[in-house]
Design a protein around this ligand. Sequence first.
Ligand SMILES: Cc1cc2nc3c(=O)[nH]c(=O)nc-3n(C[C@H](O)[C@H](O)[C@H](O)COP(=O)(O)O)c2cc1C
Length: 175
Amino acid sequence: MEIIIYGSQYGTTEQYAQELSKRNDIKAEGYDNIQDINQYDTIIYLGALYAGSVLGMKKTLSKIDDCSGKKIIIATVGLADPNDKENRDTIRKRIKGQLSDDVFNNVTIYFLRGGIDYSLLNLKHKTMMAFIYRRAKKLKEDERNAEVDAIVETYGKKVSFIDFDSLNPIINEIK
Ligand SMILES: Cc1cc2nc3c(=O)[nH]c(=O)nc-3n(C[C@H](O)[C@H](O)[C@H](O)COP(=O)(O)O)c2cc1C
């Protein structure tokens, strides 16, 4: 059995998950609705990045008892540009820290770009972004990375980098 699971706070990751669901004809569920992860042999986990963590991923994938014979795909959705190699390496490293070796050694990871709408952010997230933005603005050009650039460029705005074509490699991988 196959399943698409998503961790999304403001909907951009869910949009990717629903599109993937439509194109592959695989059911998509929010991670809170997953009863028994072990019944699936193909798991596609799409999670939004929040301060380096993939929303819901650790909680969900740590319940896998045995990875043998399973196909596990993780796709992160973040604001920072995934064409940036350093950004991809950082995300990969953080994912490694959030999973058991058994799961991490069995996953294929993809990187998608989401969006942000400051008018929707809750107070906690608004405060976090204001803090990061103030700190980021003080950095010199060569001290900035893709994460910092993305925050500085989009601060306070409504921006979407959603690109459903970036799902194509995942669709091929599932086939
Ligand atoms: C508090 C906060 C922390 C974030 N941290 C990261 C991050 O570490 N890396 C990144 O690329 N994007 C980060 N983002 C951007 C989100 O990943 C991006 O908005 C994503 O599209 C959100 O997905 P969702 O709409 O499914 O919740 C952060 C956003 C907020 C509000």
